[in-house]
Design a protein around this ligand. Sequence first.
Ligand code: SAM
Length: 386
Amino acid sequence: MARVYQELEQALPGLSKAVYSQPADSLAAPKVAVRPVSVKGGLQYQIETFRDNKAYHRNVAAEELLLIAEKELEGRYRQVLLVSSRESAQYVLRQRGDYKKSSSSPSLPRPGGLESHNKAKEYILREGENIPALVDLGIFTQDFKIVRSRYDKYKQINRFIELVDQELKDYQGKEISILDFGCGKSYLTFLLYYYFAVKRGMEARIIGYDLKAEVVENCNRIAEKYGYDRLRFEKADVSRDLLSNEHIDMVVTLHACDTATDFALNYALSHGVKYIFSVPCCQHEINGSIHKGGELDILLQHGIIRERICALLTDSIRGAVLQSRGYDLDVIEFIDFEHSPKNIMLRARYSGKCLRKSLKQALELREKYGFSQKLLELQYPEECGK
Ligand SMILES: C[S@@+](CC[C@H](N)C(=O)[O-])C[C@H]1O[C@@H](n2cnc3c(N)ncnc32)[C@H](O)[C@@H]1O
């Protein structure tokens, strides 16, 4: 049984922020945030209260803050986040009025912090870290050890988060919205939520899309269980269903089958999404449509070589389309081959600088070898005669 005001008292010496959200009674402000501030050289705490889309500020000393936390805030918010130098912890209000610690992790050093460059890698997702959703998903055992047979998956999602962390280290926004296309059992989706909402204390809004109703239901159940109210899953065919029309900052795909990746990238390009992290797989489309027609014929003679060449060609064309639409692109070996042969990541960030040289080559190759490539056709229908 936890009292959050007592936890706040414990966290106070190294507190970097506290956020009370999801009011449980109608008179409470929608959100209250607390952060330490220096006032005339002394330490105080700024209480930021949000009402009617406006923020109101009040600076108080530690004793007054604890009094307010106990008398005015305790039990009135369904969710509380406490971030201190020691840990980042999330609490969920239970029906009987006390709080349950729904997740916690050692604090992540931010840029400029004391440990900013040395051990960042180790901090992302450690074995033993209290991430209960991973137990439900079968990646961790009850005591947060990695389930042996899930080790490759664990490595993959860990690495994915590391690559996101590298790219968004300097991201200053307090909110982030993400879509995961073909989320499946959603190990990655949960981890992204955990990373942004719990570790970084941000307002993370994430939707995972998948064709399978059963996995979607299960994931929604787990998200609800841990009070992850802004993480939700929807059954959708990303190639044709209506998807979010809200502002989205990031699109991710991890092994979304074949052209589902193209629809994800197409969504990102058409909706002005700034960040893209995409690890494709089963790139069958070109392999199924390419015919011999020139200098590359030698690469198309043997099934296994043809398959690999077509997969590489698919991702090269996707990269060329991204660059032509103003994205800076890194093509990264996502994970060692031994952990997954589907190990290329396209990591892109919108910069507005459009490079069209590779696109021209892609269109010429398409013309010469007669293949279909979904993203190319979705983005350049006229040039593809569509
Ligand atoms: C190989 S699984 C990967 C799941 C998950 N991202 C992961 O890495 O564990 C691919 C998922 O993509 C989903 N998928 C394939 N085509 C899709 C489509 N058109 N729309 C939505 N989901 C799709 C499948 O149902 C499947 O769950």
